[in-house]
Design a protein around this ligand. Structure first.
Ligand SMILES: Cc1cc2nc3c(=O)[nH]c(=O)nc-3n(C[C@H](O)[C@H](O)[C@H](O)COP(=O)(O)OP(=O)(O)OC[C@H]3O[C@@H](n4cnc5c(N)ncnc54)[C@H](O)[C@@H]3O)c2cc1C
Length: 406
């Protein structure tokens, strides 16, 4: 059964609500039936969503989308709340960041080639921005791409690349003009990961899990036209992609999976779970615990309202890191001594064990860094939302190859 619409006429909101409900009530359970493991469940969820026309509501019909407006998206948000499987987190970079950037900036040929398999979850994507010497100051990156006939040849090193070990493609930033000022000599590429010049090495995090990687690039090849946006115009597309990243890591993470158990540490532990934990620990009458719960509950409500008003994504991201840390600290305290236990066979996919809270406690720290640190979010808010004077940028107009390097 496929409910995918082939006409341009949008369904009524009532019909669309039924369509979404039917998908979650009747279609999805069958698609996930008997599947275990993050990858197989995640891929089955995404494929089923796509095949039933619900994976790309705001994408043009020509590119596998439905071209539906914000009122349909609101219906989707209402009906999908708490029902999106947490395995969807594996598509955060591909579906959440790479696809909208390709949709908005890539050539028609690249859209035809990459949007449908990316939205369906057939291709996994990673984001190759950060380098050992370039994190917050991303525009100082030194991975280089040189055009050689029909191909770009890329060499350099990336780091903290989440999910690179599973990805087929990367959104890569590389320097293509060394004589231009640092923001004006960068190009955004699509890098095929499965090739000899790309060496992915896992980094073990303090949780014991390897989610991110170092990637060594030695004369890797990219077809000449696999550029997103303009050659040397990559800063604009890089910033656009970061906007999607902040959007989804901030307020958006509240409205999606958070009411079921989130992928541990990615979004704050929901207050409903903390209340359950307080009751189990017989601490729900403790005034200090109640005060902490009330503060976290207010945080949940406020961010939802802020999200509905569509404020700056950096606010959502800052909220998430602060709320995430406070919630994890309370959870570990309430689950004590179990919350401090750390099994050597720790399985991050398990849900209701004490390990889950401890994993949250350790993993939420990294959320203050990934996608731009808390300090950088505050700088962004100061400069772009509040209109405060910009940070002095002595290096903004100097050719990159004349700047002192780290
Ligand atoms: C879990 C996780 C996943 C990640 N995934 C990816 C990924 O998939 N792809 C990718 O490309 N990168 C990824 N990153 C990297 C992340 O984007 C960087 O860690 C981040 O941008 C900070 O860069 P840095 O680590 O080099 O720190 P630095 O930039 O060296 O910062 C060090 C400290 O200085 C502060 N600081 C720096 N500049 C300023 C300033 N101008 N004003 C005030 N304070 C400042 C910072 O806030 C920070 O506290 C990930 C990181 C984490 C933790």
């Amino acid at each position: 059964m496929s409910m995918h619409m082939t006409t341009h006429a949008p369904p009524t909101l009532a019909d669309f609500r039924v369509e979404v409900r039917t998908f979650f009530d009747q279609v999805l359970p069958g698609a996930l039936n008997g599947l275990e493991g993050t990858t197989s469940r995640g891929k089955a969820w995404r494929a089923s969503l796509f095949d039933h026309g619900l994976a790309a509501l705001d994408y043009p019909i020509d590119y596998a989308g439905r071209d539906l407006d914000t009122s349909h998206q609101q219906v989707w948000r209402e009906e999908s709340r708490g029902r999106i499987p947490r395995e969807d987190a594996m598509f955060g970079i591909g579906v959440g960041m790479a696809m909208p950037t390709i949709r908005d900036f890539a050539s028609d040929e690249l859209k035809q080639r990459f949007l449908a398999p990316g939205l369906r979850g057939d291709d996994l994507w990673c984001q190759m921005y950060s380098e050992p010497g370039s994190g917050s100051d991303l525009a100082s990156l030194t991975t280089k791409a040189i055009l050689d006939g029909d191909e770009w040849i890329v060499s350099g090193q990336k780091v903290w690349t989440s999910g690179a070990q599973q990805s087929q493609y990367a959104i890569l930033l590389a320097r293509t003009d060394w004589d231009a000022p640092k923001h004006r000599g960068i190009t955004m590429f699509i890098l095929p990961m499965e090739q000899p010049g790309v060496d992915v090495r896992g980094l073990v995090q303090m949780t014991g899990v390897s989610e991110f990687n170092e990637v060594f690039i030695d004369e890797a090849r990219i077809p000449k036209d696999w550029v997103i946006g303009e050659v040397n115009g990559g800063w604009a597309t890089a910033v656009a992609l970061l906007g999607h990243e902040r959007q989804q890591t901030g307020a958006k993470s509240m409205s999606g999976t958070s009411e079921s158990r989130s992928k541990a540490g990615r979004s704050p532990i929901p207050v409903a779970q903390l209340i359950e934990l307080a009751e189990r620990a017989e601490r729900s009458g403790d005034p200090i615990v109640r005060q902490q719960l009330a503060r976290l509950h207010s945080g949940e409500q406020v961010v939802r309202w802020i999200g509905a008003r569509g404020l700056h994504p950096s606010i959502g991201k800052l909220w998430r890191t602060k709320q995430g840390r406070a919630a994890a600290e309370l959870a570990v305290a309430l689950a004590f001594p179990g919350g401090a236990a750390w099994g050597s066979d720790m399985d991050v996919e398990r849900n209701f064990d004490d390990d889950y809270f401890h994993y949250h406690f350790l993993n939420c720290r990294g959320m203050s860094l990934g996608g731009g640190t808390d300090e950088i979010q505050r700088n962004t808010l100061g400069e772009r939302a509040l209109g405060l004077p910009r940070e002095p940028g002595v290096d903004k107009n100097t050719p990159f190859n004349e700047l002192p390097k780290n």
